[in-house]
Design a protein around this ligand. Structure first.
Ligand code: FAD
Ligand code: NAD
Length: 475
């Protein structure tokens, strides 16, 4: 038996590494074990989010959006560029640099918070012992007063279209295409499908998306979903709803996809196929027998509202537990657990977790949709303000979309805010803060918003909820 720690965190993604840092800030002796391997075999902290998710996808979204704007929009501003070219290799190089800076930054943060980093596989043994298997196979067992499991998630595979690492790939593969596919198929028109489909569409691929459900973005407010679907189709994303994939085969490097929809059996030929049908919790080789930690029927580690598992002083956070698979949700759970371990007050307000889809237009929301509020039976009022009526949006040449507020009829409480349009992911922060403090629409109405800013759209949507909007006719 070797060293003992106050806290050992297994998993160094956006749920695990902040838990380790906060535990260190709380004066505890902490280690963080992580096994992530990049394609070149190197180890890096940061998990899916920094290495193969949030960060590289946003880097490519930014590059491809700039290209799109240079081609489609600059002339409107009076900027003429002749012969615009792009270089996918340079886009990947920039992306890799951003990823590297972010992941290496974690090691510096660990140093500052006195967190001991271990590269290797962690396994929980009974009695809060943790076995570390290093890359050379050497095993060490550590004792811990508390263990935090933050093992994350992995892409779901479709039996009828299994990954082959080349032609049929997951989201990580789709972030690394060396050339632009002429024709790209995407199974799943969810968050990943839309973001990565947008990247390759803007770079010139014909993109066909096969979505099993008849509804588009069913988790979003349907007025927003409708506006977004119209915009995406206009951009050339061929989104086919109600499409059930029955098989896929690779012949001479091309992928033939069979699916059925309302019209019957269909087929599709593409150069590459991305399968983005959701992710599942990853707990392989994480738990030895007899730890007392249990999994639910979908494979998530069972936890209570404060992320306690069934085993004493063993906690679990992030994608491996229930709730939305979002980096910021995992981070807040990690911080909560590290503070609870230190005897401090902490909680996560699961009702106020923002969602953002980083397409153009961006989509962002927090709280309940209009459909959810109506289904709950609570009388509500709705205020909508289109970006078309925003001076700043017009100046930005970004007038698509709107901000929408759903509030309680009885006490005016904000119940949900939904934005489709420019910088929606940034604008939603105001709504999150407002809802965190149980604000009313009147609170937003009486808050001064700088002019001319996009944030005025939220102000006007709040006014519109009481038919008192100034810059757009009230309905
Ligand atoms: P992970 O990030 O998966 O990290 C878990 C870590 O634990 C990994 O490094 C893994 O190797 C390690 N590990 C697992 N088991 C062990 C073990 N036994 N021993 C040692 N180490 C282990 N979310 C957002 O909020 N915003 C976005 O914009 C966004 N974009 C995304 C884009 C893509 C393409 C993808 C795939 C995901 C995106 N997500 C986004 C989701 C986000 O990446 C996840 O919600 C987040 O990474 C979950 O964090 P986590 O720490 O729980 O797990
Ligand atoms: P998702 O759940 O967002 O979308 C999956 C889509 O695939 C759904 O629309 C689903 O109906 C569809 N689908 C499922 N099975 C199918 C089938 N057999 N055929 C056709 N369609 C099928 O999942 P995702 O896009 O894979 O993303 C995984 C997770 O990563 C999500 O939980 C998401 O929150 C997270 N993520 C977040 C962001 C962000 O916050 N911007 C970005 C990327 C990923």
């Amino acid at each position: 038996m070797s060293e003992a720690f106050d806290v050992i965190v297994i998993g160094g993604g956006p749920a695990g590494y902040p838990a380790a840092i906060r535990a260190g800030q709380n004066g505890l002796k902490v280690a963080c074990i992580d096994e992530w391997r990049n394609r070149d075999g190197s180890h890096a902290f940061g998990g899916t989010c920094l290495n193969a998710g949030c960060i590289p996808s946003k880097a490519l979204l930014e590059s491809s959006e700039l290209l799109h704007r240079a081609r489609e929009e600059f002339a409107t501003h009076g900027i003429r560029l002749a012969g615009i070219e792009f270089d996918v290799a340079q886009m990947h190089k920039r992306k890799s640099g951003i990823v590297k800076a972010s992941t290496q930054g974690i090691l510096a943060l660990f140093k500052g918070a006195k967190v001991t980093p271990f590269a290797g596989h962690g396994r929980l043994l009974p009695g809060r012992k943790v076995e570390l298997t290093a890359s050379d196979g050497a095993r060490t067992v550590y004792e811990a007063r508390h263990v935090v499991l933050a093992s994350g998630s992995t892409p779901m595979e479709l039996r009828s279209a299994p990954f082959d690492g080349g032609s049929i790939v997951d989201s990580w593969g789709a972030l690394d295409f060396e050339t632009v596919p002429r024709r790209l198929g995407v199974i799943g028109a969810g968050v990943i499908g839309l973001e990565l489909g947008s990247v390759w569409r803007r770079l010139g691929a014909e993109v066909v998306m096969l979505e099993a459900l008849e509804a588009f973005l069913p988790m979003a407010d349907q007025q927003v979903a409708k506006e977004a679907l119209r915009a995406f189709r206009k951009q050339g994303l061929d989104i086919r709803l109600g499409a059930k994939v029955t098989g896929a085969s690779v012949v001479a490097g091309a992928v033939s996809v069979q699916y059925s929809d309302a019209a019957g059996a269909q087929s599709l030929e593409v150069d590459r196929l991305v399968v983005a049908i959701g992710r599942r919790p990853f707990t392989a080789e994480l738990l030895a027998d007899g730890t007392g930690v249990t999994l639910d029927e979908r494979g998530f580690i069972t936890v209570d509202a404060e992320c306690r598992t069934g085993a004493e002083n063993v906690w679990a956070v992030g994608d491996c537990v229930r709730g939305p698979m979002l980096a910021h949700k995992g981070k807040e759970e990690g911080l909560m657990v590290a503070d609870l371990i230190a005897g401090r007050y902490a909680e996560v307000n699961y009702k106020v977790i923002p969602s953002v889809i980083y397409t153009a237009p961006e989509i962002a929301w927090v709280g309940q949709t209009e459909e959810q509020v109506k289904a709950s039976g609570r009388a509500c009022k709705v205020g909508v303000f289109p970006f078309l009526a925003s001076g700043r949006a017009r100046a930005m040449e970004s007038t698509l979309g709107f901000a929408k507020i759903v509030a309680a009829q009885d006490d005016d409480e904000l119940l949900g805010v939904h934005i489709v349009g420019p910088m929606a992911g940034e604008l939603i922060a105001e709504a999150v803060l407002a809802m965190e403090y149980s604000a009313s629409t009147e609170d937003l109405q009486r808050t001064i918003h700088a002019h001319p800013t996009l944030s005025e759209a939220l102000h006007e949507a709040a006014l519109a909820a009481d038919k008192r909007a100034i810059d757009f006719p009230n309905r």
